[in-house]
Design a protein around this ligand. Structure first.
Ligand SMILES: *[C@@H]1O[C@H](CO)[C@@H](O)[C@H](O)[C@H]1NC(C)=O
Ligand SMILES: *[C@@H]1O[C@H](CO)[C@@H](O)[C@H](O)[C@H]1NC(C)=O
Ligand SMILES: *[C@@H]1O[C@H](CO)[C@@H](O)[C@H](O)[C@H]1NC(C)=O
Ligand SMILES: *[C@@H]1O[C@H](CO)[C@@H](O)[C@H](O)[C@H]1NC(C)=O
Length: 362
């Protein structure tokens, strides 16, 4: 076992701290139940579509309705916004608790998703995902497929409708994974929305929101300067390197490391951003990791899907940083495999060779 320090786990300089009471403390997260149907065990995540149910916002009353909406004319989103502001105002005295509403969106379908369906998961994991493409499609830091663009257009239209008809609050901060499928999805979703000038769409790109770093080339990000050329108005967290130093071609991030990265990026956001309404564009695996860190139930998203969570963050006495292996071998073949077996890895064809199996393979 070795302790690992990632550059993005670095502690925040005091000058940047938006939550100074959190200095020297650990943060404990809960997703507050009862506000979105996604945290209700009765809601089936499979096939769930945010656009049929107002993002899942529960139709209910809040203790602040009497004061804020005595005539009963405000929308559910307006009343929820007021209630969340009240939660935050109510605890500024002690300042050991903060609430944020975090919308986590999975990117639209990328060429790597299409290729996994095309080749089947064993052949994808054991061979094709380690290639950069197949001559027709490119899946090293892939772009969205037409279906992926369609999913982003749908999200764009739904946000516009919610803002226009429901007075849903605009996001105050936007975050994105550095992988193209997310930077593009964020722009397709929000780029042409007429947002208030004090809530501009200027996403901050953070390494912490990228997908679990398997050896798959879809998890290898582009250079920072390339992203800056495409999206000159995007911002990058401090220390964001020009060349990807976290993805390894021959070994994969462990699930312990990914889990710790999820906690670290949430901590970073809560320590540096005092805003309440946040949008995060990320990935299936990473959103699952974030939900786990928020003590939300598992809720797997299909491409283009979005889940909101009301998050309560509470300061607690410092908890020591976990130690873990950061990377581990990953089972692959140097030609399309015969198959793969859960827990054993790839079964390579007789004429090709394989790497030792890894627990996260297949
Ligand atoms: C709340 O009520 C509205 C209007 O009837 C409906 O469109 C929406 O789907 C309901 N929300 C949920 C989460 O069921
Ligand atoms: C390459 O993969 C894509 C799926 O991403 C598939 O549609 C295409 O047919 C494949 N090309 C070849 C030459 O097999
Ligand atoms: C970002 O979105 C804007 C608004 O829709 C669009 O004009 C622009 O071309 C997009 N940028 C890229 C690189 O796709
Ligand atoms: C990123 O930059 C490095 C160093 O300048 C360069 O060698 C590499 O080819 C670039 N990568 C891509 C994907 O363009």
């Amino acid at each position: 076992m070795k302790a690992i320090a990632f550059s993005f786990l670095a502690t925040v300089p005091a000058a940047l701290a938006a939550w100074s009471a959190a200095d020297g403390k650990s943060i404990e997260y809960t997703s507050v139940p009862g506000f979105f149907v996604q945290d209700d065990e009765a809601t089936n995540p499979s096939g769930f579509d945010y656009s049929l149910v107002n993002f899942g916002l529960v139709n209910r009353t809040y203790s602040t309705d009497k004061r804020f909406d005595p005539k009963g004319t405000k929308s559910q989103w307006e009343r929820f916004e007021y209630y969340v502001n009240h939660l935050n105002a109510g605890c500024t005295m002690k300042d050991n608790t903060r609430y944020k509403v975090i919308f986590m969106g999975r990117h639209g379908e990328g060429w790597h998703n299409a290729a996994e369906s095309f080749y089947g998961t064993p052949a994808w994991n054991c061979y094709w995902a380690e290639q950069e493409g197949n001559g027709t499609a490119v899946w090293a830091d892939p772009q969205l497929t037409p279906a992926g663009y369609h999913e982003s257009t749908k999200a764009n239209a739904y946000f516009k409708d919610r803002y226009a008809t429901q007075n849903m609050p605009y996001f105050e901060s936007y975050y994105s994974s550095p992988l193209s499928r997310c930077t593009v999805t964020a722009n397709e979703t929000f780029g042409d929305i007429d947002v208030p000038s004090d809530r501009p769409f200027k996403p901050i790109v953070k390494e912490g929101f990228r997908e679990g770093m398997t050896v798959h080339t879809c998890n290898w990000r582009s250079n920072k300067s390339t992203m800056q050329e495409t999206f000159p108005f995007y911002e990058f967290e401090d220390g964001f390197t020009e060349v990807d130093q976290l993805w390894h071609r021959d070994e994969s991030e462990t699930s312990d490391a990914q889990n710790a990265r999820g906690k670290a990026v949430l901590d970073d956001v809560f320590r540096t951003d005092d805003k309440t309404w946040l949008s995060v564009t990320s990935h299936s695996g990473m959103i699952s990791t974030l939900l786990r860190n928020l003590n939300h139930r598992a809720f797997r998203l299909s491409t283009g899907q979005i889940i909101p969570v009301l998050v309560k963050a509470k300061l607690v006495d410092p908890v020591p940083d976990p130690t873990f292996e950061a990377y581990e071998p990953y089972s692959t073949c140097d030609a399309p495999p015969v198959t793969s077996v859960a827990g054993e890895g790839c079964i390579c064809s007789a004429t090709s060779t394989g790497l030792p199996p890894a627990s996260t393979a297949v």
